[in-house]
Design a protein around this ligand. Structure first.
Ligand code: MN
Length: 228
């Protein structure tokens, strides 16, 4: 058996402090996981069950990248997020066991074509074109749990051209890391290589060509990306 053409390479991100890479299997994202962001989007931050959407695995792109400005948008938004990197297979994982499934953490951006998302919300359509486009998931190196531990608190920030745009604290997440892993595993079998973007704090806003982004999660990592 041979492929009819050369298969695409498995997308991956670096593992900090090693020459190894983390092979990306799937990318999941949590919607509206910080109350102050839920409010800025015009919704009510009740503690509904978390909801999820996804991006293609090859939407991931590494730290230091200069991204082409995406197609088909006039309102590209930044969302800085803590990313969970899954290291073990599981379904219906209990909250109390969930942290055992985490290989490590990274800092990511859930880039969003907000104009397409607003249109989709209005018409009750899927978010695929708004969220799952090429290069829509910049991600820092993954730092293993052995190195950085787990994240229950810590500042999360994003600056654009040196100006602070987003800030929050991991402890403000409506659904914690363990709760997110547990809930998601009730819908999908989690696999080693899955990345979970855990939602963004308030301060999302538009990007233009030439913008330099620096995201950071305290005691974890920074993520630098340039647009256009
Ligand atoms: Mn997001």
């Amino acid at each position: 058996m041979s492929y009819v053409f050369t298969a695409q390479e498995t997308p991956s991100v670096a593992v900090a402090g090693t020459t190894d890479v983390f092979p990306v299997h799937r990318i999941y994202c949590v919607g509206q996981n910080y109350a102050n962001h839920v409010r800025e989007m015009g919704a009510n931050p009740e503690r509904d069950a978390p909801f999820f959407f996804s991006k293609p695995a090859d939407a991931v792109c590494p730290e230091g990248t200069r991204l082409p400005f995406p197609l088909a948008t006039e309102n590209l938004h930044h969302e800085i997020e803590l990313v969970i990197a899954i290291g073990k297979k599981g379904t219906n994982i209990l909250t109390g066991d969930a942290l055992d499934y985490v290989f490590g953490y990274a800092v990511g951006l859930d880039l969003t074509r907000r104009d397409l998302q607003s249109e989709a919300k209005k018409k009750g359509r899927p978010w695929a074109t708004a969220k799952g486009f090429d290069n829509s998931a910049p991600c820092s190196a993954v730092h293993s749990v052995c190195e950085v531990g787990h994240f229950e608190r810590g500042k999360i920030t994003l600056s654009v051209n040196g100006e602070l745009r987003q800030q929050g604290d991991i402890s403000d997440m409506i659904w914690s890391v363990a709760e997110v892993v547990s809930s998601l595993s009730g819908f999908f079998e989690l696999c080693p290589g899955d990345l979970i973007y855990t939602g963004t704090p308030a301060g999302v806003g538009p990007l233009k060509k030439g913008d330099k982004l620096e995201g950071e999660v305290e005691n974890l990592a920074k993520l630098n990306i340039t647009i256009g």
